[in-house]
Design a protein around this ligand. Structure first.
Ligand code: SF4
Ligand code: SF4
Length: 382
């Protein structure tokens, strides 16, 4: 077994501690985020259902063959399952689907036994106000683009359901076709008093393969995509996305919650994770089923797949739900100096906002104007 002295993670954490000891603001922030992480005891991912009421182009769930397509329908079995998880020490649930809001009785059973969690929802169905979990409502652009990409005009309905809900955040899934709409949607979110963050569209292997092979469109999750008209990012899109989002972060403070450092990380041109060249699977992703993390399918069976979103191509995976938890541990670049630790702690604070509803206040370098002006420049361009 590797000793603490030779373990690379412990070595990085020692460097973080040394830098925090020399900067009181960083020390306080680090202690806070370490406390927050304790809420994540024995978390599990759950596909609450295989059903959905939308038809999003290139859907991570349906565009591919690796997800369950049936549900365990016995409500008593769902209750027994959540009770057993709680007895086994689970303190946090990542609840997704397809669309979990379609099953309020399963959400009720989850909340009766496990007090913390997050629900990834499409916003079309109101979740009972007494379910205490965070709710991440997906947004795919302004009203017209939403109708095109999701197979239904759901934009305003989601806002009516969740803009004033203190549990909710709106997660704008950026793709190559909706970068130009981010500003308009940020204005709407601000007017509505909502908070917004960003997710990066990540294509499934099936979606990319259909585009590459010129497969004929269908009437479900591959309605219009082709080589010249699809949602995947090209290099130029990523650069445009990075620049646009940086401006939006500055212009919509209080509405848009998203660290610039994270924006720069998820818009690099190339894989975000180390990829095993034999399997094509990421080796350092927190979403992997590696013995400590598991996903329970809508059948109530444990997933045998690589991760909770097995249809996605690891080489182009930028999904917030897995990239963000992967940043709970520092990378080498995070421990180079005080600004690097500050950037990392901002990502950790963002994690606490996203998963635990804690207020997000960006840590800034000590307030001399020249240093503040350098803040953005010091965010690694990668
Ligand atoms: S992306 Fe989500 S909301 Fe859209 S079709 Fe797929 S499961 Fe449903
Ligand atoms: S979450 Fe991780 S394992 Fe799953 S597709 Fe993305 S990079 Fe691969």
């Amino acid at each position: 077994m590797m000793s603490r002295n030779s373990n690379p993670l412990f070595s990085k954490l020692r460097k973080v501690h040394a830098i925090c000891d020399a900067h009181s603001d960083l020390r306080a922030a680090f202690d806070d985020v370490r406390e927050d992480a304790k809420h994540l005891k024995a978390p599990i991912s759950i596909d609450l259902t295989s059903r959905c009421n939308l038809f999003c182009e290139g859907c991570y769930y349906y565009e591919g063959n690796d997800q369950a397509m049936t549900d365990e329908e016995d409500a008593a079995k769902w209750r027994a399952f959540f009770k057993a998880q709680a007895e086994n020490g689970t303190k946090y649930l990542y609840i997704a689907g397809a669309e979990p809001a379609l099953h309020p009785e399963r959400l009720r059973a989850a909340a009766d036994y496990v007090s913390n969690g997050i629900i990834a929802a499409n916003g079309t169905i109101k979740i009972d106000p007494d379910i205490p979990y965070r709710i991440a409502v997906s947004v795919w652009g302004g009203p017209d683009v939403t109708a095109k990409l999701r197979g239904g005009g759901t934009f305003w309905k989601a806002l009516r359901n969740y803009a004033r809900d203190p549990r909710a955040l709106f997660s704008y899934t950026i793709n190559s076709q909706n970068i130009g709409e981010i500003r308009e949607v940020a204005h709407i979110m601000k007017d509505q008093g909502a908070q917004m963050t960003f997710n990066m569209y990540s294509p499934t292997e099936s979606y990319l393969s259909k585009i590459a092979r010129g497969v004929e469109n269908d009437d479900a999750f591959f309605r219009f995509s082709s080589e010249h008209d699809n949602l995947a990012f090209k290099s130029d899109d990523l650069k445009r996305c990075r620049e646009e989002v940086d401006e939006i972060i500055d212009d919509f403070q209080g509405t848009v919650v998203y660290p610039s450092a994270f924006n720069h990380e998820v818009t690099i041109d190339g894989p975000l994770f180390d990829i095993d060249e034999n399997t094509g699977i990421a080796t350092n992703c927190a979403g992997l089923h590696n013995g400590t993390h598991k996903t329970i399918l809508s059948t109530l069976k444990e997933s045998p797949n690589k991760c909770c979103i097995p249809n996605i191509d690891c080489k182009t995976c930028r999904l917030l739900a897995n990239v963000l938890p992967s940043r709970l541990a520092p990378y080498d670049k995070d421990v180079q100096d005080a600004q690097a630790v500050r950037n990392w702690l901002n990502i950790r604070r963002y994690w606490s906002w996203f998963y635990l509803k804690k207020p997000y206040v960006e840590l800034r370098a000590p307030a001399t104007s020249s240093v503040l002006n350098q803040d953005r420049q010091n965010v690694p361009a990668q």
